[in-house]
Design a protein around this ligand. Sequence first.
Ligand SMILES: [Fe+2]
Ligand SMILES: [Fe+2]
Length: 213
Amino acid sequence: MPARDFSLADRLLMDAQNALGTVFGSARAERPNPAVGQPDVVLEEDERRHAAGLMRVNHVGEVCAQALYVGQAAVARDERTRAQLLAAAQEETDHLAWCAERLRELDSRPSLLNPLWYAGSYAIGLLAGLRGDGWNLGFVVETERQVEAHLDEHLKRLPPEDLRSRAILQVMKEDEARHADHAEAAGARVLPQPIPRAMALASAIMKAIAYRV
Ligand SMILES: [Fe+2]
Ligand SMILES: [Fe+2]
């Protein structure tokens, strides 16, 4: 059945399924993990804990990205916008799986608050989507640019010898830049302040909490 035949109720139901998969299931990547081939250097205990905190933040970021895009897609008006949002969400699934794998290697776990992060981001995605497709895409551009900058910062903060986490973040950064470029090309509008500032503030709070919990 083509996607346009699904009612909003159908889509919300499918989204609920995606939410459960993202939050509780183990996401499955379609592309190979970029860490493969990188040596798994044994880190000092405090460095291991620091790397795990950063990778937990990145994992939460990907849970939020999933939820945002799926929420936005549920109410997107144009089929092409919806398809683009869902394609980006698929690449975020790869990111999600890679971060989860690295967390396991670092002897750690994802955030206990993932259901909460997912619900909040899905609600924000719905709200952005309801403003129309130009806003929807503008939201993607702003999110991805902020994530790109944040990944740069994490690449600086990760222990230099954590080559496996670094390889993952490097590919994620390239993917996020491409997501932003595609959304820009598809007609994103530039979000006015204070929206970008509010988004940066919300993600700063999320990062501070997810590093620990
Ligand atoms: Fe991502
Ligand atoms: Fe992305």
